[in-house]
Design a protein. Structure first.
Length: 107
């Protein structure tokens, strides 16, 4: 990851400002479940965050199909494909967090 120190410092500010108790890092894998180049990047990001924040619960969560679900939800909300580009990552993150929280209820 480029400039880990700057990233960690900005994340630490956010954690302190918002009183964050845990971090969920998406883990992109192929539909088959196999690792991809993005998976290795996400694993490195997870390790960086986990090492920098031992006081927090830091977990990885499967993010398969979240982008597809986000695009579908945005389309259903009447947002045209061209306008979705700026919103799809945020919408996918919301879906990822909801899936994680739903998983906690199932435990």
């Amino acid at each position: 990851m480029s400039n880990d120190d700057d990233f960690v410092a900005k994340l630490r500010q956010l954690v302190e400002l918002e009183g964050i108790a845990g971090i969920v890092v998406g883990r992109p894998v192929a539909l088959s479940g196999r690792a991809t180049a993005s998976t290795y990047f996400a694993d490195e990001l997870f390790a960086t965050i986990r090492g920098a924040f031992p006081e927090l619960e830091v977990v990885q969560w499967d993010e398969r199909l979240t982008t597809h679900e986000a695009q579908r939800a945005l389309s259903k909300a009447g947002i045209k494909a061209k306008s979705q580009r700026d919103r799809v990552d945020g919408a996918a993150a919301v879906i990822l967090l909801q899936n994680y929280m739903d998983g906690l209820v199932g435990d």
